[in-house]
Each structure stands twice: as structure tokens, then as C-alpha cells.
Design a protein around this ligand. Structure first.
Ligand SMILES: Cc1ncc(COP(=O)(O)O)c(C=O)c1O
Length: 426
């Protein structure tokens, strides 16, 4: 949980909290009046307002008379409702040099030269604010998918789109349903907004369990997330299977399909859920420029959905933050087919090479449709991660190990590192 107030303060606060929760005369407890007259304060609003006023007075007394230094109660009061997400607790990130970074599924080919040139030109105009609505980028994205700008929401990476979805839709007690293990941002999205993450295990083959998800739906389910293909396992759900699932889920549930890696898929059954948006289903597709476009450091991603959902997302705090540089780079990269196909080919070749070599080393490798491989080296994943790190190669450690596909030299370096580690460990 969040940090607590000093004990002297908490003592008063706890008692006050209990006291105010008992006062029935403060107003509309059921929320019925609020529905009719939104301007009328509910019981909870009135209680919080009075509670806050008293906190302020108590704080003033302690701070000025007792000389006790504590932060402003209004801020603390709000913050206490939020837990630190695992990412929020991190104090530093992996560094680039001299290590080989095969832990975050970054694109080791670099980035499109056309995108770089467009961004350099955009830099010259960056003393001016960007087009807050990112219209040119939305139009270009719309063209790619046969949608319009009204179907597109852009933000600083698809993580920021996930944050926006949580901020506008989730309320205390709502359930967010997804399979586990998966990308950590869905857990963050739920817990940061007081919702409950409900995790259904992946199947034995490490695939998304759509039947399991369907059975786990309750009256409180607000969002279902399908990471397709899934991170960290690399497995994907076929488009027909996904469509059948979407069609039977009740309409009031939003289905979020995270397609961060789908451009790397080579299984003909695996393709985007965007056609379901065109058919009018309650689907929101997440896309990013961080993976196949190689622009992770630029921070640009987007969500695709019906205009009503996009309008909702435009109410979120981060809705107008796509920079001029990001907009120019993203537009140029979408037009660089040659770079995108080289990006795809590098990953596909690397994936085949790593799969072969890992299997030769006795590892179980799960079939991947992404730019990383999930594998069982029959060794504790944390230990394997630590041993690789000693040799300057960073990889991921979950229930099993995950390695991002690198360029030829990086892949070879990783395999020779495993040739050293694995025989000694077994
Ligand atoms: C499944 C998935 N979704 C989304 C993201 C977030 O990407 P970004 O915020 O860089 O767009 C990642 C990043 O690793 C991911 O693995």
C-alpha cells in the first residue's frame, strides 16, 4: 500500500474516519438523488469534504504548534488510496551500454531513416506546441486501417493509452479480467483505479484461455484484456476464435485487444481485431510504435475503437500529449514499408535461429508470434537472468525465462552465453 501518515496524525484520522462514516444525516447515501441532480453532493462527497476540512485544521495545529513536518493532508488523503505499481516502485531503468539488452523486446534494427529525417525537421518547429489533436497522424493511421480520425486516440506509448482507459472507465470494485502471466500494465491499470484484477491462468500450452475468461465474467466485469500475441509467452489467439469470443461477451463489457506485437506474427490465422470495430463490436485495439517501428524512446502509441469510446478517452488527463516530433516520426514510419519489412524479417530469422539453438541446448521453447521467446531452460529463471547479467546480457525472468530477439551478433552472443551457463548449472 501507499505510505502512511505519521502515527500521531493517523490516530486522529482513523477515529474521525469511523465517526463520519456513521453519520446518516449527511445526505444521499444511495446515490439515487445524485442521478437526478448531479450538482447535489452525495453522502460520501459531503463526508469527505468535512473530513478534509478537519484534516486541514489538525494539520495546521500539528505543523505550526508541534513543528512536525508532514505533507499537505489534501494530497496525502488522495494518494493513500493508490498502491505503488511495480513499475512505480522502480527507481532506475536498465541502461544501454555496454550491456546487450534482450529484456524489453526492443527493436535492435534501430528506426526508419525516413522517420529520423522527419523528426529532425520537426525538431526545428518544436518551440511551438504540437497539434494537440494530432489530426495528421490520426488521419494517416485511419488510412492504414480503413478507419477515420474519429476512431483513433494517440498517446505517449500504448502504456499511456492503457492508463487513459483505466482513468476514464474504472471505478472502485470493477473487475478487470485477463489471463496470466501477461503484460503487467493491465494489473497496474486496475489497481491504480481501485478496480480488481481478475487473473485466469493461461492454458497448459501457455495460450490465452478464452473459455476460462468467459466463465470468469461477473456482473462487476468492466474490461476484458486480451494480449494478442501475449507477452511474455509469445503465443497468439486466432482471429476467428477471437471474433467468436467477442460476439458472445455481453455488450456492456469493453474488450481491449493489445496488439503491440501482432505485426511479427506469421501464423495465417493470426490477424488484427480491427475488423471487429468496423462491425460495431465493443472492442478497443491497442497499437504501438515501440516495437516493429523501433520508436520505443519516442513514446507514441494509439488506441482504435468506435468514435464514442475515443470521445471518452479524450476526457483523460493525458489526451493532448503527443509531441510534434513523435507525430512526424510516426507518420513517416508508417510510410516506410521497406523498414517495416526488414524489421519483420530480422525478427523472424532471429526467432527461428534462437528457437533452433535453444532446443539444441535442451530448452523447451513455446511457439512465438512475437519479437521474443518464452522458454524453459530447466533452471531457475532468476538465476539464469543473474548469470546472463554477469556476462552483460539482460534477459527477462517470469515463471519461465524470456529473451528478446536481437540482431545476429546479439543472438549469437546470447547463445554462447547459454552454452557456458547451462551445462554447468545442470
Ligand atoms: C503487450 C504490450 N503492450 C504494450 C506495451 C507498451 O508499449 P509502449 O508503451 O511502449 O507503447 C508493451 C511493452 O513492452 C507490451 O509488451
Amino acid at each position: 500500500g501507499g505510505r502512511r501518515l505519521p502515527p500521531c496524525f493517523l490516530f486522529g484520522a482513523k477515529k474521525l474516519r469511523a465517526f463520519f462514516d456513521l453519520l446518516p444525516f449527511l445526505g444521499d447515501k444511495t446515490g439515487q438523488t445524485k442521478k437526478k441532480f448531479p450538482q447535489v453532493w452525495t453522502f460520501a462527497e459531503k463526508r469527505d469534504r468535512i473530513r478534509y476540512k478537519l484534516y486541514t485544521i489538525i494539520h495546521f495545529v500539528f505543523y505550526h504548534l508541534g513543528g512536525i513536518c508532514m505533507s499537505v493532508p489534501k494530497i496525502r488523503h488522495t494518494m493513500e488510496k493508490m498502491a505503488f505499481t511495480p513499475r512505480g516502485q522502480r527507481k532506475s531503468s536498465a541502461t544501454c551500454d555496454p550491456v546487450i539488452r534482450m529484456c524489453w523486446n526492443e527493436n535492435q534494427l534501430g528506426m526508419s531513416e525516413k522517420a529520423k529525417a522527419a523528426m529532425a525537421a520537426a525538431l526545428e518547429k518544436s518551440n511551438y506546441y504540437p497539434d494537440f489533436y494530432a489530426v495528421a497522424l490520426k488521419d494517416r493511421i485511419g488510412e492504414v486501417y480503413g478507419l477515420t480520425r474519429d476512431n483513433v486516440f494517440t498517446a505517449g506509448g500504448s502504456s499511456a493509452v492503457i492508463d487513459a482507459i483505466g482513468a476514464v472507465y474504472l471505478e472502485e470494485g470493477d473487475e478487470v479480467l485477463y489471463c496470466s502471466p501477461t503484460f503487467g500494465a493491465y494489473w497496474d491499470m486496475a489497481t491504480a483505479n481501485g478496480a480488481v484484477p481478475v487473473e485466469v491462468p493461461l492454458t497448459k500450452e501457455m495460450r490465452y484461455d478464452l473459455d476460462g475468461l468467459y466463465q470468469a465474467i461477473t456482473a462487476r466485469t468492466k474490461i476484458i484484456v486480451i494480449c494478442n500475441p501475449n507477452n511474455p509467452t509469445g503465443t497468439a489467439v486466432g482471429a476467428d476464435q477471437l471474433a467468436a469470443f467477442v460476439k458472445k461477451v455481453p455488450e456492456e463489457i469493453l474488450i481491449m485487444v493489445d496488439e503491440a506485437y501482432i505485426e511479427y506474427a506469421d501464423d495465417p490465422d493470426v490477424h488484427s481485431a480491427v475488423p471487429l470495430i468496423l462491425e460495431g463490436y465493443h472492442v478497443l485495439v491497442l497499437k504501438t510504435f515501440s516495437k516493429i517501428h523501433g520508436m520505443a524512446g519516442i513514446r507514441v502509441g494509439y488506441g482504435l475503437a468506435c468514435p464514442e469510446i475515443i470521445d471518452d478517452l479524450m476526457r483523460s488527463p493525458g489526451a493532448f500529449n503527443t509531441s510534434t516530433v513523435a507525430i512526424a516520426g510516426a507518420i513517416a514510419s508508417l510510410g516506410d514499408r521497406d523498414f517495416l519489412s526488414r524489421s519483420y524479417q530480422m525478427v523472424k530469422d532471429g526467432r527461428d535461429y534462437l528457437t533452433r539453438e535453444l532446443e539444441q541446448l535442451g530448452c523447451k521453447v513455446y511457439p512465438s508470434q512475437t519479437s521474443f521467446l518464452y522458454f524453459d531452460a530447466h533452471m531457475d529463471p532468476q538465476d539464469l537472468q543473474a548469470e546472463c547479467a554477469k556476462r552483460n546480457i539482460l534477459i527477462g525472468a517470469f515463471a519461465l525465462s524470456r529473451v528478446s530477439v536481437g540482431n545476429k551478433a546479439q543472438n549469437a552472443a546470447f547463445i554462447s552465453c547459454l552454452r557456458e551457463i547451462l551445462p554447468a548449472a545442470r
